[in-house]
Design a binder for this molecule. Structure first.
Ligand code: 2IT
Length: 445
């Protein structure tokens, strides 16, 4: 495989799609050696087929705001790869959403879902609609209009969406309600649904909880655990909330959260009711964390700054892509960070990842660390299909097993001769091999 040739061809076809090209390059760099040992992959153009989405749907979403004015947004669904199962992946509502971002997310999702051990293909969708400052009724009308444009492409064995940034239980409820009305069947074609209508226990917590179970596995390999460790978390959404809850439960002290306005440092630890206060901040719809420092005077708000400047043992980026850059990474290394686990998708820039790996920091990528979210979605699909709902204990036990299995795959493919575990390489190769083998066995299609 000639990575530069492939990347050049891709750049000509998809000019300026920087997040997508970044995600593809990272995977190609990780898998090139393994790929070259399989001439049948090259003959069947596995890479060329894998980096291109199977299908992209774009549609206009027109809805009425509270003033009765007509609003237009763009809706997308990128069905990336269904070699190992139905398309599966979240929906993102954020002003920044564009095709490059959704293609990078769909590409990553394909490998992540492969790592979960469950039969799910990769997809992602969303809209440039910004939920910030919108009323509940506006959100509902937007969700309904979005589904009017998308529903024909979905189905329990075809494509199963879920939440992502800007899409939580409320939005999934509104989207699923409209979907159900249109198909006139209660098929469970969304995950992240409310528990009363087919949702899974622990789905809201699963991304954050799973991430901490993964971190436990990373630490266990070094005969360490979370007790007494300080943790920097970015973001203050659903994922940050789940991660802070579990980190605290396991004996660590979470000292930061962040928003688009800056970050909060709380030396006493963000625990108990302070964690739940995050949810109040989120539901206010303002998208800022500054009020935390007014409510809890022991904390300090740093406007316009990132939490990575604080000295901590563990850093958990939980906000969005490329939130840790090379400069941040160098500062974290200088401050003696011991472990960095991306909970956001592609949370670190390539420069930051290089810095962590060069310095032998215990670093793991999002597609391994945050896979507990979509894994729990897979468990929700199973529960819907068998018309049963499991207890939180059953779901949690499975989540533990799945995160341990993902860690084992990283270890199998990422352990270097010098004893450094390169999780990025391990996760990329493990995910790639599963999808590549499935594509090979299904012929040239
Ligand atoms: O990035 C992700 O894995 C998600 N947003 C969750 C996807 C899902 O289908 O649960």
């Amino acid at each position: 495989m000639d990575i530069n040739n492939i990347m050049n061809a891709l750049e000509v076809k998809h000019p300026g799609e920087k997040e997508y090209l970044q995600a593809v390059r990272e995977v190609l760099m990780s898998v090139v050696d393994v790929y070259n040992q399989h001439p049948e992959f090259e003959r069947n153009k596995i890479i060329e087929r894998m980096v291109e989405p199977d299908k992209i749907v774009t549609f206009r979403v027109t809805w009425l705001d509270d003033k009765g004015e007509v609003q237009n947004n763009i809706g997308y669904r990128v069905q990336f790869n269904n070699a190992i199962g139905p398309y599966k992946g979240g929906i993102r509502f954020h002003a920044s959403v564009n095709l490059s971002i959704l293609k990078f997310l769909g590409f990553e999702q394909t490998f992540k879902n492969a790592l979960t051990t469950l039969p799910m293909g990769g997809a992602k969708g969303g809209s440039d609609f910004s939920p910030r400052g919108k009323s509940d009724r506006e959100i509902m009308r937007f969700c309904q209009a979005f589904i009017l444009g998308l529903w024909k492409n979905l189905g329990p064995d075809r494509d199963v969406p879920a939440g992502d940034i800007g899409v939580g239980g409320r939005e999934v409820g509104y989207m699923y309600g409209m979907y159900k009305k249109l198909v006139d069947e209660h098929t469970g074609t969304f995950t992240g649904k409310g528990f009363d209508f087919g949702g899974s226990r622990l789905r809201p917590e699963a991304t954050g909880f799973g991430a901490l179970y993964f971190v436990q596995n990373m630490l266990a390999l070094k005969n360490e655990d979370l007790k007494g460790k300080t943790v920097a978390i970015s973001g203050f959404g659903n994922v940050a909330w789940g991660a802070a809850t579990k980190a605290t439960e396991l004996g660590a002290k979470v000292v930061t959260i962040s928003g688009p306005d800056g970050y909060v440092y709380d030396p006493d630890g963000i625990s108990g009711e302070k964690i739940d206060y995050m949810l109040d901040l989120r539901s206010s719809g303002d998208d800022i964390v500054a009020p935390y420092a007014e409510k809890y005077p022991g904390a300090t708000f740093y406007p316009g700054k990132k939490p990575w400047e604080q000295k901590v043992d563990i850093a958990l980026p939980c906000a969005t892509q490329n939130e840790v850059n090379g400069e941040d990474a160098r500062q974290m290394v200088a401050n003696g960070v011991k472990l960095v686990a991306e909970v956001s998708n592609m949370g670190c820039t390539p420069e930051a990842i290089d810095c962590f790996i060069e310095n032998r920091i215990n670093y793991a990528p999002g597609k391994a660390v945050n896979a507990g979210g979509v894994a729990c979605s897979g468990l929700e699909m199973t529960q819907d299909a068998e018309h049963l709902q499991w207890t939180a204990e059953e779901v949690d036990a499975k989540l533990h097993q799945i995160m341990a299995a993902i860690h084992a795959q990283c270890e199998k493919y990422g352990m270097q001769e010098d004893g450094y575990l390169n999780y990025m390489k391990g996760a990329n190769i493990a995910g790639f091999m599963k999808v590549a083998n499935a594509m090979m066995e299904q012929g040239v299609i």
